[in-house]
Write a protein that binds this ligand. Structure first.
Ligand code: RP5
Length: 171
């Protein structure tokens, strides 16, 4: 499947962000999921601004066949933790660099979950969003050969790119 082609079928991954202002970093996640052929849906739902609507949405996930959730938010980023409190699906949390603390606030909020309510915390920003997609692919590949094959191919492409790269002669 080409990087631009949208995977078809019922969504396996739900992507949630806290605000439409999070669109740019989360695009890296969506592109990587497309590359792995993983159908996904993406929504804006804030744990602070629309808490009731968020919970109502989380309650639909399992019955619709969603296998895991990727949740990204900035500032006092409670979105991944609140989701983890309302579902038994794995939650991958991405802290985003929004506001005056450039993501340190969100990093601590997403990483420091109390025992028994796990959120797998990725790095801050776009690279964390991209890694959330790669981690989702690794998890889904355990039971899906198609995803496993596309993941292996993508990892090979990534490695080849490094091996074919070089530094310019002038420095
Ligand atoms: C968080 O607050 C969002 O995830 C976003 O990263 C940040 C700022 O949101 P806006 O004020 O731009 O809507 O909830």
């Amino acid at each position: 499947m080409s990087a631009r082609e949208k995977p078809s079928g019922a969504p396996l991954v739900s992507i949630l962000v806290g605000s439409s202002s999070d669109a740019e970093p989360i695009a890296a996640c969506r592109r990587a999921l497309d590359r792995f052929g993983i159908p996904h849906e993406a929504k804006v739902l804030s744990a602070h601004r629309v808490p009731r609507e968020l919970v109502a949405y989380i309650e639909t996930l399992e019955e619709r066949g969603i296998k895991l959730v990727i949740a990204a938010a900035g500032m006092a980023a409670h979105l991944p933790g609140v989701i983890a409190g309302h579902t038994r699906l794995p939650v991958l949390g991405v802290p985003l660099a929004a506001g005056p603390l450039s993501g340190v606030d969100a990093l601590l909020s997403v990483a420091q979950m109390p025992g028994g309510v796990p959120v797998a915390c990725l790095g801050v920003g776009s690279s964390g969003c991209k890694n959330a997609a790669y981690l989702a692919a690794r998890i889904l590949a355990l039971h899906d050969n198609g995803i496993r094959e596309r993941l292996v191919a993508a990892m090979k492409e990534d490695s080849d790119k490094v091996l074919q790269s070089s530094l310019p002669d002038a420095y």
